[in-house]
Design a protein around this ligand. Structure first.
Ligand SMILES: O=C(O)c1cccc(C(=O)CC[C@H]2O[C@@H](n3cnc4c(=O)[nH]cnc43)[C@H](O)[C@@H]2O)c1
Length: 241
């Protein structure tokens, strides 16, 4: 199973790498357009914050692997995220059954129109149901995960997003970019987010980042061991003939 995990910042990257047995300072490999941390179970990258950086670095990694004759089987967008209150509490880990570009579109006098309503592209990617099911069995909470370029900072904006996406459990800033890159390469995608903060009025002091990073490591320990019966291995058996 060749697994690529795309995070935003180095603490998230290292939290994922720990689950794959990386300790100390794992070796970094610089490729054109991306730096990879190679661990025994996955290649992990820190792309920077936002969907553009995520898409760029993920695409660079996918291209390099394909050209080397060793393509990835699965790409996972991972990190911390905001959780919608009463759905995804602090410390919960969610898995996206829909990866949604929640603010890609146009504002009109009648409200937000998604990019698809303008006649362009797509605004949602669907991770394979088998993989979402395997993650649910491993204790992750499934639901739509919204990709936003601006962190939600008010109750009104949180309510607006929930009205448009009733199944949303969380928001973050990279998933859709990672998913666009994966789709362009024909590779399945998943998004995993550990909830560090509640979505709503901004209160940075209330973010629980260390606890979320610990929960992220623990979720990957459950998802990704090398044994044949692990969720990722089972998913690979279902996804890759
Ligand atoms: O300061 C630190 O130690 C630290 C460690 C790990 C991560 C961070 C970040 O600031 C990560 C930014 C990253 O987090 C996602 N995120 C988290 N909460 C939200 C949210 O409520 N709305 C949108 N995105 C959120 C996002 O994907 C950022 O890239 C700091």
């Amino acid at each position: 199973m060749r697994l690529l995990v795309a995070t935003a910042v180095p603490p998230e990257r290292d939290a994922v790498a720990r689950a794959f047995g990386a300790s100390g300072t794992p070796e970094e490999t610089a490729l054109p357009g991306v730096v990879l941390l190679r661990t025994p179970g996955a290649d992990v990258l820190a792309a920077g914050v936002g969907p553009a950086a995520a898409a760029s670095a993920t695409s660079a990694a996918l291209t390099a692997a394909r050209l080397a004759g060793n393509p990835y089987d699965l790409v996972v967008s991972a990190g911390i995220g905001g959780g919608f209150a009463e759905r995804a509490p602090l410390g919960a880990v969610v898995v996206a059954d829909r990866i949604v570009a929640a603010d890609l579109g146009a504002e009109t006098p009648d409200g937000f129109v998604p990019v698809t309503g303008l006649g362009f592209g797509t605004d949602v990617h669907l991770p394979p149901a088998a993989l979402v099911g395997a993650a649910r069995e491993a204790g992750l909470l499934p639901g739509a995960v919204l990709t936003v370029s601006t962190v939600t900072g008010s109750a009104a904006r949180a309510a607006e997003l929930l009205a448009r996406h009733p199944s949303a459990v969380a928001e973050a800033m990279e998933g859709f970019g990672v998913a666009e890159a994966a789709a362009a390469h024909g590779v399945p995608v998943l998004e995993v987010r550990a909830v560090s903060n509640a979505i709503g009025p901004r209160d940075r002091d209330a973010w629980r980042i260390p606890a979320a990073l610990t929960a992220l490591t623990s979720a990957f320990v459950r998802l990704a061991p090398a044994e044949a019966g692990s969720p990722f291995a089972l998913a690979r058996a279902r996804l890759v003939p």
